[in-house]
Ligand binder design. Structure first.
Ligand SMILES: Cc1cc2nc3c(=O)[nH]c(=O)nc-3n(C[C@H](O)[C@H](O)[C@H](O)COP(=O)(O)OP(=O)(O)OC[C@H]3O[C@@H](n4cnc5c(N)ncnc54)[C@H](O)[C@@H]3O)c2cc1C
Length: 306
C-alpha cells in the first residue's frame, strides 16, 4: 500500500530553471519569458500511473508512455503541467492570442497606466502582399522600393498617434479615453498561464503555416526554446503525432489506397461521386477540399489525377 505521508521532492527541470526570467526577443520589440512552471515529463507519467514512486520505471518507459498518451489523445495527464509566461506582444497579435480561452491572463492596463511607448514597426523588406489563394493570408514580399515608403509612412503615423495621445494626457483627458486612437500595433504585456494540454493546442494552431506570421513567431519560440526544454518527451511526441502528422479523412484514405495501386481512373470517378470535382460547360472545377488534398498527397510522393 502507498505511504500517503511520504515526503516528495518538488519535480523540477534543470534546463528550464536555467532560463527562468530570461527574456527571449520576438519581432522588433516583443518578448517571451518564463515566470514559473509546474511539473515535468515525469509528472505526466506519474499522473497516468497514479503513482508516487518516481524512478521505479526507466526513462525509456516514461517516453513510451508519454508517446502512447499523446498518440491516443489522452488529455488530463498533460493538464498536470502548467507554464506561466510574461509576454510582450503587439495588440493585433494579442487579439488572436487572447482567443485561446483556456489560459489565465492578467494584462497591462492602459486605464491605470500610460500606454507602453512602443508600436510594432515594419522593416521595408517585411511588408507582405495579400495572398492570391488564401483570403486571410499573406503572399510574396512587397517590392522593396514600395516597402521603404510604407515603413516611412508607418513611422510618421506612429509618431502622430503618439503625439495626439500625449497631448490628450497633458490636457487631463482620462487614460482610458486618451488611448482610443493608439495604433493596433502598440505593444501590450501580459502574464499568461496555461496547462500543457491547452498549450499544445495553442501551439498546434499558432505554429501552423496558416497562422499569421507574427503570432507564429511567438508560438515557434515558445515551442522550440521553452517547451522542448521543459518537457522533451512530450515535445517530441507532439511534433510526431500532432504537428508534423497528417490527418486523412475516410475519403482521403480511399484516394490514397486507389492512387497507390495506380487506379487513377477510379480515384477520378470517386472524386466526381463525392462532389470534389464538378463539370460545368466542359470545364472541370475542384472543390476546396480537393485542392487541399493535393498538398497532402505531395507528402506521399503521389499526385492527384485532376
Ligand atoms: C489560422 C486561424 C484563423 C482564424 N480565423 C478566425 C476568424 O477569421 N475569425 C474568428 O473569429 N476567429 C478566428 N480564429 C480563432 C479560432 O476560431 C479560435 O477561436 C481560436 O483559435 C481558439 O481556438 P480554441 O477555441 O480551439 O482554443 P481555446 O479557447 O484555447 O480552447 C481550447 C479547447 O477547449 C475547449 N473549449 C474552450 N472553451 C470552450 C467552451 N466555452 N465550450 C466548449 N469547449 C470549449 C474546446 O475544445 C477548445 O478547442 C482563427 C484561428 C486560427 C488558428
Amino acid at each position: 500500500m502507498t505511504n500517503q505521508s511520504e515526503i516528495l521532492p518538488r519535480p523540477h527541470c534543470a534546463e528550464l530553471d536555467e532560463i527562468l526570467g530570461v527574456t527571449f526577443p520576438v519581432l522588433d520589440d516583443g518578448f517571451v519569458r518564463v515566470i514559473d512552471y509546474m511539473g515535468t515529463d515525469s509528472s505526466i507519467v506519474q499522473a497516468a500511473r497514479v503513482s508516487y514512486g518516481a524512478g521505479t520505471k526507466k526513462v525509456s518507459e516514461d517516453r513510451g508512455l508519454i508517446r502512447y498518451l499523446l498518440r491516443h489523445r489522452h488529455t488530463t495527464p498533460f493538464e498536470m503541467c502548467e507554464l506561466k509566461l510574461h509576454v510582450r506582444v503587439p495588440m493585433d497579435c494579442w487579439r488572436q492570442w487572447i482567443r485561446h480561452r483556456t489560459a489565465s491572463v492578467n494584462e497591462y492596463s492602459t486605464r491605470y497606466s500610460v500606454a507602453i511607448d512602443a508600436a510594432r514597426s515594419t522593416a521595408p523588406d517585411e511588408w507582405r502582399a495579400q495572398s492570391e489563394i488564401n483570403k486571410q493570408g499573406s503572399g510574396v514580399g512587397v517590392d522593396p522600393a514600395i516597402g521603404t515608403r510604407l515603413s516611412a509612412e508607418e513611422a510618421e503615423l506612429h509618431q502622430r498617434c503618439k503625439d495626439v495621445y500625449q497631448g490628450r494626457l497633458e490636457q487631463g483627458v482620462a487614460r482610458e479615453q486618451a488611448r482610443k486612437d493608439l495604433p493596433l500595433g502598440t505593444y501590450t504585456e501580459a502574464y499568461w498561464k496555461i496547462d500543457l494540454h491547452n498549450l499544445l493546442h495553442f501551439l498546434s494552431l499558432r505554429m501552423d503555416e496558416h497562422a499569421q506570421y507574427e503570432i507564429r513567431e511567438y508560438a515557434r519560440l515558445i515551442g522550440e526554446k521553452i517547451v522542448s526544454k521543459w518537457v522533451p518527451h512530450t515535445w517530441e511526441a507532439f511534433l510526431d503525432y500532432r504537428f508534423n502528422s497528417l490527418y486523412l479523412s475516410d475519403a482521403e484514405t480511399q484516394f490514397v489506397a486507389l492512387l497507390a495501386q495506380g487506379k487513377d481512373d477510379g480515384a477520378r470517378q470517386l472524386a466526381f461521386e463525392i462532389g470534389w470535382l464538378t463539370e460545368k460547360g466542359g470545364e472541370v472545377r475542384l472543390s476546396r477540399e480537393a485542392r487541399e488534398f493535393k498538398g497532402k498527397l505531395g507528402k506521399f510522393g503521389l499526385t492527384a489525377p485532376w
